[in-house]
Design a binder for this molecule. Structure first.
Ligand SMILES: Nc1ncnc2c1ncn2[C@@H]1O[C@H](COP(=O)(O)OP(=O)(O)OP(=O)(O)O)[C@@H](O)[C@H]1O
Ligand SMILES: [Mg+2]
Length: 279
């Protein structure tokens, strides 16, 4: 169900401000959607170069939010800020406020934060271990040693990979195809039950059938997890997300229900981008 159809299904609507002050309101059902992340005036610099210039955006719980925009506009930087992966790059400075369920992420234990906010990257990056050990990895480092087999099976099922690997859990993850490796990385991220899953162009190296499987997976996962996905593929954003944020040169241009953004964008720059006139 996309954002617009969520709205149509409910009578009780209230205007909710999405994103920056000058961005139009959309109508959302009262009480049915709560912000999971509240991001205010987020600025990120690499050394002296500021690449995000003060982004305000609420990410809603249990929906899929797509981030779109031309290469270099700051999508990955924005995504990585949410679980403080930006800190992995030396010389990165982050300003502003990011609240996760009203808790300041900069004051949280970073290991706990990343357990709550998992991440999947553009290229599948399984560990040089067996399929089983990849999925069990996060559980083991978090001190879970009981019922590992059940937990691994559950995560592989959630990532729509179980049927393909159930007879070969002790084979190397490297023996899987690219699409299977990407679903394995999703299973690994899901194993620790994150509240939020961040996906940075997870399908860019995948064929259309595997891409369709991952989109279907997002649809199923959102009942238990909040999803933010970066994609260059407009059809994917339109198909798989409920809300879409369009970033340009480190600024948020428009943030809307996906249906509205792709049918009646309110900013001419959004329209130019989604119709392929630049980017
Ligand atoms: N580690 C880094 N050091 C210096 N500059 C960086 C670093 N990572 C990103 N940048 C710069 O920050 C800007 C935003 O990069 P980012 O990777 O967030 O963009 P993006 O929208 O994800 O692009 P793409 O669609 O190509 O993945 C770019 O100008 C990029 O060159
Ligand atoms: Mg990127």
């Amino acid at each position: 169900m996309n954002g617009a159809s969520i709205v149509q299904k409910h009578q009780n609507l209230e205007p909710v401000h999405l994103g920056q002050k000058d961005i139009p309101l959309v109508e959302l059902p009262i009480g049915t959607i709560k912000p999971q992340f509240k991001i205010s005036n987020l600025k990120v610099s690499y050394g002296a170069k500021e690449v995000l210039h003060g982004v305000d955006l609420d990410v809603f719980a249990n929906v899929v939010t797509a981030l779109i925009g031309p290469s270099g506009c700051g999508k990955s930087t924005f995504l990585r800020s949410l679980n403080r992966m930006t800190e992995v790059v030396r010389g990165t400075q982050v300003e502003g406020e990011i609240l996760l369920d009203n808790e300041n992420v900069f004051r949280m234990d970073v290991v706990k934060l990343r357990r709550r906010v998992g991440m999947v990257f553009q290229r599948p990056n399984p560990f040089p271990k067996s399929i089983f050990d990849n999925v069990a990895y996060g559980l083991r480092i978090n001190g879970h040693h009981d019922s590992l087999s059940e937990a691994v099976e559950h995560s592989l099922r959630r990532a729509a990979l179980w049927d393909e690997v159930k007879g070969q859990l002790h084979k190397s993850a490297y023996a899987l195809s690219g699409g299977q490796q990407q679903r394995l990385c999703i299973a690994r991220a899901l194993a620790v039950n994150p509240e939020v899953l961040l996906l940075d162009e997870p399908c860019s190296a995948l064929d259309p059938i595997t891409t369709a499987k991952i989109e279907e997976l997002l649809f199923q996962l959102k009942s238990s997890c909040t999803i933010v996905i970066v994609t260059h593929n407009m059809q994917q954003a339109a198909r798989a997300s409920d809300f879409t944020a369009f970033l340009l040169d480190g600024q948020l241009v428009e943030y809307q229900s996906t249906r509205k953004l792709f049918t009646t964008p309110s900013d001419p720059r959004t329209e130019a981008y989604i119709t392929g006139r630049f980017g």
